[in-house]
Every structure is written in C-alpha cells, then in structure tokens.
Design a protein around this ligand. Structure first.
Ligand code: URA
Length: 194
C-alpha cells in the first residue's frame, strides 16, 4: 500500500516544484515503525539521492538517533514536502497544502504511535498550532490515533551551536515517550487531520 502511494507521489505534478526536482523524496525506513519523524522538505543532497535526511542535518539526525539507541532502519523518516523548494527557501502555504494529503496518507498507512515533528513547518502541519516550536517543543499532543511530539529540527543545532543541547534534550524526551507507551485518551481534545 505504501509502495502504491510512493508510485503515485513519484509522478506527482500538483505544484511547480515538480518542474525543478531531480527526484521525489517520498520517505524511508520501517513501514511498520512505532516512531515516525517528519522534517520540512528535501534539500540539495536529498533531491540528488531521493532519500530524506542524507545531508548534514541527516548525519546529525543519525547520531541523535544512535544516542537514544535507535537506528534509521528502526523508524520511518519523511517530510512535509516531497520535493525541494529552490534555493532552500521555506515551503509556501500552497505547496504545504498541496503535499499535505500525501503525508497524512503516509502516516495513516504506517500507523505510528508517535510522530516527532521536526521544526516549525512539520509541527504546524501536524498539530494545527501556529505557535512557534520553542514554545511547543517537548510536550506531546494527541492527534487522532497517535501522539505528536514537537521537536527542534536538527538543522537548528547546525546553524546555532547553542541549541545543540536543546536538540539532544528533545531526542531524550522522544525516547522517554516511546518507552512510556502513552495511552490514547478517547475523550482528549483531538485534531481531525484525516
Ligand atoms: N533533509 C530533509 O529531508 N528534511 C529536512 O527537513 C532537512 C533536511
């Protein structure tokens, strides 16, 4: 099923990014993972390789996962956008809205317990909250049948060395939440994403 969706996204022409991409970056990892991480959009290296998080931020992401005893193959990694915005610019509102149904279907198929939303864009898309990541990070929110943990994007630590310990802290929180196996609360305020 996920492969059917991959094939569909690989030929997507719904927005202008289709003209400038080299390859669609659908996502990778364990399709039955309990944990999914969602970043913003592929960059230059991801566009060349067709894999998410293979550049500098991706190398840091692999180390942060190792630090909490996980490897990339244990989890599923994806992005809000499947194609890179030119010059590494921010995704536009239209691009996000156009690509979002793919992410939601991906999450539905993988059915993770926890989705770590990396940075402002993924957090806004998955929680509907416009509040910046600094205020939201570290507090899990139930969204339908899974929890979203807003986290700093690993790239934040590459741009600002003083954020490195906060980025590491978010990964430790992620591990604690995975181990705590949070119970879904049916009466909890829920966002209807699907
Ligand atoms: N690489 C990705 O795949 N996503 C990001 O958000 C950043 C780098």
């Amino acid at each position: 099923m996920l492969d059917d969706l991959r094939r569909e996204v690989e030929v997507c022409g719904r927005c202008g990014l289709a003209d400038s991409r080299t390859r669609v970056v659908f996502g990778s990892g364990n399709p039955k993972a309990d944990l999914m991480l969602v970043g913003e959009a592929p960059g230059y290296h991801e566009d060349r390789e067709g894999e998410p998080f293979v550049g500098a931020a991706g190398q840091l992401l692999s180390r942060l996962l190792e630090d909490i005893g996980l490897s990339r193959g244990d989890i599923y990694i994806g992005n809000v956008l499947k194609c890179p915005p030119p010059e590494n610019r921010n995704p536009s509102r239209l691009e996000i809205e156009t690509c979002k149904p793919y992410l939601l279907r991906q999450i539905e198929m993988i059915s993770p317990k926890i989705v770590g939303s990396l940075g402002n864009f993924a957090t806004r898309v998955l929680t509907g909250k416009g509040t910046g990541i600094t205020a939201l990070r570290g507090k899990p929110m139930q969204v339908g049948s899974f929890f979203v943990l807003p986290m700093f994007h690993p790239a934040a630590a590459l741009h600002r060395g003083d954020l490195r310990s906060a980025v590491e802290e978010d990964f430790r929180t992620l591990k604690e939440i995975l181990e705590a196996d949070l119970a879904l609360e049916p009466r909890h305020e829920q966002m209807n994403l699907f």
